[in-house]
Design a protein around this ligand. Structure first.
Ligand code: RP5
Length: 203
């Protein structure tokens, strides 16, 4: 069985290893519970759509941009949250995506404070979590997306990285262009089939 202490020690030992940046994840995805994963999977999907690979073994890192995923609970495992956020820079992370649900969704805000100045993109997993995620007081900002919009959080994380990488910026442009074409396709189809025909084609 893995304990919180095991994971704290893992993060601390990774921080101490001083690996080159090509061998460390660029983006960290954390969520308060595995019950958040269905919502948070959008961040994974966006990063994969942009060519990122998921790191599942620190000793066998993929090539190119990468990300990692962990469950870190602010209220059940505060020690783990501290260790994750405080070692993030030394583990090579450049951006963190943090999602949590409930009315007091503290993980994104606390992570933004502890990992500062690493940018944190907050995802309110539920509608009732929005105020607690976007309501950061002055001093330790958080970038946040709307409830459940974790795909946008993945895009936003890549945007931070793309400020220093034209090739990644182009991947973002290409993905945006693909989405534009999808809208154009569906727009023409609606126009040419007419509303009843279009709705019938969707049944
Ligand atoms: C929050 O409480 C988590 O982010 C999750 O959205 C919610 C419920 O967690 P579980 O009780 O399902 O683990 O901290």
């Amino acid at each position: 069985m893995t304990t919180v202490t095991d994971l704290v020690e893992l993060f601390e030992s990774e921080a101490a290893r001083d690996r080159p940046s090509e061998q460390t994840p660029d983006v960290g995805i954390i969520m308060g519970s595995d019950s958040d994963l269905d919502v948070m999977a959008g961040a994974h999907d966006a990063l994969v759509d942009l060519g990122f690979a998921e790191v599942t073994d620190y000793d066998d890192p993929p090539e190119g941009y990468s990300f990692e995923s962990w469950v870190v609970s602010a209220h059940r495992t505060p020690d783990l949250m501290y260790a994750y956020a405080e070692t993030a820079a030394d583990r090579g992370l450049d951006v963190i995506i943090a999602g949590a649900g409930g009315k007091s969704a503290d993980l994104p805000n606390m992570t933004a404070s502890l990992a500062y100045p690493i940018p944190v993109v907050g995802v309110p997993v539920q509608e009732k979590s929005v105020d607690s995620v976007i309501g950061m007081p002055t001093g330790a900002p958080i970038t946040a997306v709307d409830a459940g919009k974790s795909y946008n959080a993945g895009l936003s994380a890549a945007q931070f990285l793309a400020t220093g990488d034209d090739e990644l910026a182009q991947r973002l442009r290409d993905l945006h262009a693909d989405q534009s074409e999808g809208v154009a396709d569906v727009s023409r189809e609606l126009h040419e089939r007419g509303t009843p025909g279009f709705r019938a084609s969707r049944d």
